[in-house]
Design a protein around this ligand. Structure first.
Ligand SMILES: NC(=O)c1ccc[n+]([C@@H]2O[C@H](COP(=O)([O-])OP(=O)(O)OC[C@H]3O[C@@H](n4cnc5c(N)ncnc54)[C@H](O)[C@@H]3O)[C@@H](O)[C@H]2O)c1
Length: 370
């Protein structure tokens, strides 16, 4: 089997603790499924700043660009609060996303049956939830020009950001959403503010046009929803959705809202993907949705599942190991069914385990599948 390179960037806080559990899982797949996954590890974020004076060295960036997949745990923490803005640990993430041209951010919101009670919503609303938000990540108001703060007359000031999208940017992210819907439940909801924004109207028209022009998407049901209504529908009846596609700004908010539906931040993975380059390669980075959790770092109690499920997404979307990805998702469910819980998802009557005990339990379940 051809070798595939995975770059591991553990970062700060709980990053190294949860990455250690993923390494056990990668080793297991190499030994037992002969996947030939070659891993290398580098510093990123605050850890890189401490060593190299920058949160991301060029050498690590080039290595990331050259990998079949990057797994990043988390960066940041109070230790670097006073570091100048351009050297802050979080700048590493923005640079990686920008240089690797990761324009499509995939955030699943899945409610594990065993964790229904962790949600603030009623069990019947949340049980069985499995939706995927596709957020445009490199355009829109966070990057549009002109931007800045200007002095105007009478000592007043003006803050400016520009919400701008081209047809091409809209179509390429909509294509990702349609292609994913073909592998899921054949439903795409596009969210915009076409009622008040020209860029929103273009968004709606281009998504519809791509759908109308493409024979392969005919089996998909496409609908458009205003982003504010979608925010409301997400808490009213989230199971009406399958794939949601939206821009950078609305995606930022809607994906956080969707993550909280499930009530357990330590469980949610994410993927960011580029377009195919001229060699047909897609660059990709996989991360848990949570941050570096400095409040619990070093205590051995962090939940490694979001990180492990991020690797499961890498198996599916970058490494072409669909079966192995399904297997990993399945054993995580089994471990939860057995009643094992890290502190963040602990409930009465369940067994509390440490970070490494959770990793070991997942490996034990994998061993049962040989
Ligand atoms: N992608 C990233 O690397 C990323 C994302 C968000 C925040 N951050 C950074 O992380 C630092 C902390 O940010 P924050 O506190 O707002 O968010 P956070 O996600 O790190 O933590 C929020 C809360 O959730 C808990 N938590 C998070 N992940 C957990 C896990 N796997 N297991 C158990 N509990 C978990 C934390 O203990 C904390 O109470 C900041 O420096 C922030 O900039 C980094």
């Amino acid at each position: 089997m051809p070798k595939k390179n995975i770059l591991l960037l553990a970062g700060d806080g709980i990053g190294p603790e949860i990455m250690a559990e993923v390494k056990k899982v990668i080793d297991w797949f190499n030994v037992n499924k002969k996947l030939s996954l070659e891993i290398s590890e580098e510093l990123v974020g605050g850890a890189s700043f401490d060593e190299n004076g920058t949160p991301l060295t060029d050498q690590v960036l080039f290595k990331a660009m050259d990998s079949n997949a990057v797994l990043l745990a988390a960066v940041g923490g109070p230790k670097w609060d006073d570091v100048e803005f351009s050297k802050k640990p979080e700048r590493a993430l923005l640079r990686l996303r920008k240089e690797m041209r990761l324009f499509a951010n995939l955030r699943p919101a899945i409610c594990f049956e065993e964790l229904v009670s962790a949600s603030t919503l009623k069990p019947e609303i949340i049980s069985g939830l499995d939706i995927l938000i596709v957020r445009e990540l490199t355009g829109g108001i966070y990057f549009g020009e002109p931007r800045g703060i200007e002095h105007i007359e009478n000592g007043d000031r003006k803050g400016i950001n520009t919400h701008v999208y081209t047809s091409k940017e809209i179509r390429r992210v909509a294509k990702v959403a349609f292609d994913l819907a073909l592998k899921r439940n054949l439903k795409v909801t596009s969210a915009d503010k076409s009622n008040v924004m020209e860029a929103g109207l273009l968004w709606k028209e281009e998504v519809q046009k791509l759908y109308d022009d493409s024979k392969e998407y005919k089996s998909i049901e496409l609908s458009h929803m205003l982003a504010d209504n979608l925010a409301m529908q997400l808490v009213r009846n989230p199971k009406q959705f399958d794939v949601i596609v939206t821009d950078n700004l609305f995606g930022d908010m809607l994906s956080d809202e969707a993550a909280m539906l499930t009530g357990s931040l330590g469980m949610l993975p994410s993927a960011s993907l580029s377009e195919k380059d001229k060699h047909g390669r897609i660059r990709s980075m996989y991360e848990p949705c949570h941050g570096s959790a400095p409040d619990i770092a070093g205590k051995g109690i962090a939940n490694p599942i979001a990180m492990i499920l991020s690797f499961a997404m890498a198996l599916k979307y970058s490494l072409d190991f669909d079966e192995e990805s399904d297997l990993l998702n399945e054993v995580v469910k089994e471990v939860l069914k057995d009643g094992l819980r890290t502190a963040d998802i602990m409930e009465q009557g369940k067994k509390q385990v440490s970070t490494s005990e959770m990793g070991d339990a997942i490996i034990a379940k994998l061993n049962n599948k040989i």
